[in-house]
Design a protein around this ligand. Sequence first.
Ligand code: ADP
Length: 491
Amino acid sequence: MPVFLAIDLGAGSGRVIAGITDLKTLRLEEIHRFDNPGTDLPGGSFWNVVGLYRDIAEGLRRGVEKYGKDIVAIGIDTWGCDFGLLDAHGRLLGLPHQYRDARHEGMPAVMHAKIPEAEVYKQTGITTNFYNSSLHLLAEKQLGSPALSSADELLFVPDLLAFWLCGEKAVERTIASTSQLLDAGTGDWAWGVIDALGLPRSIFGKIVAPGTVLGKIRPEVAREIGMEGIPVVASASHDTASAVAGIPMDGGSDALWLSSGTWSIMGLETREPIRTPEAFAARCCNELGVENTVRFLKNIAGLWLIQECKRQWALDGDSLSYGEMAKLAEAAPSFSAFIDPDDAIFAAPGQMPKKIQDWCERTGQAVPQDKGTILRVASESLALKYRVVFENFCKLSGKRFERLHAGGGGIQNAFLAQATADALGIEVIAGPIEATSCGNIVVQMIATGHLPDLAAGRQLVRESFSFDNYHPHDREKWQAAYETFTGFIGR
Ligand code: ADP
């Protein structure tokens, strides 16, 4: 049976997944998992990209060992925004910085003095966020970076790793759309923004669509992994683009999705970017997807809050599983207090339960005393925050959505999935957990002629995984809670 290898790198861990398919169903098997710790060094926070390359090679070697000649292709997706600069000989000019690197500090003001944010949004469809490549490149320019001044080409992290695997340089469109330097309408570089920032045009190279076959693995890679001639596909290289490709939506009024993990990203799949003043005011972003789709989206603090409670309690000597935590939340009283999950106070790691208690105290609410109530406050508030974003999407798109398709590891939290259906008042269809790898593989299958299009890919995912349907309950109670919640945090 044909096998596709998906390399999926998150900003914490990475894995190589084999997708085994008879073209009617798809089965996933994790063949290698590894850490991806960012490293603070003098001069900044960096990614160990050579280490990632070594782990990828090890994953591919194991894949070849198990599946040999059945392997059809390889595709890579990663977190967004980060990039490497290369000289004219293809040599990497320094380690790529992490998007959390402090060099972005102060850069929004510098950038907006050169070009107003509203103008940047008109071109790129992206609001200014600390992680965008635009700010990090501007910081390099302000610092007089020798890497930037001698760079021949910029490659985003998945592009760089693909280049190292197959020797072909190209910038894939979905990952480029996270940079705030791509025109969301044309899919080409936003030259107006690039010029306004004084960045050298020459480093912004050829852009390719997701699903482009870049080339075959280099002979050196082939020797190392034990097989030659495997094509490397520029998949949907941004992990969110892959996740959304892997969530089986039908389009039209069906096209509201949630990628649920450390972050929750809610969005619409549309044909055209939405770059209106209202969309800008709501700080929604337009990222590009497979088959010329647009992901009109909003980032929401996600299961990070729950993750951090788990970590804190383990440090305090009480190690709970996610399943146990969901049960505690379920048994606690409902709507005892609310928090704004996107308050900056919750963004930094550490002391999450106490931060939740402090937030309630500061806003004159009942302070949750036990673990279950703390978790319930966090989960219900997250679901209500989804509703705020949902209402915005309905307003901005002029549509009323009947269901939400949710994918990612966070859908295993059934309590939150039910709360989401209750808060939004619509059905939630949860699945698949491994949406990102599914999307990565679907794009490879289209690129290699094993599937006709994205709709067929989503059908394959639909046939292959189980889905949980959550129907809304207790509408009046949740509506009243929504009114109270928006009283605390605004709409
Ligand atoms: P990432 O964005 O880091 O890739 P994942 O998609 O792996 O995140 O999702 C991780 C989140 O999923 C965790 O923070 C946790 O809250 C939730 N989760 C994982 N497993 C379970 C489980 N068995 N039950 C409930 N929630 C879970």
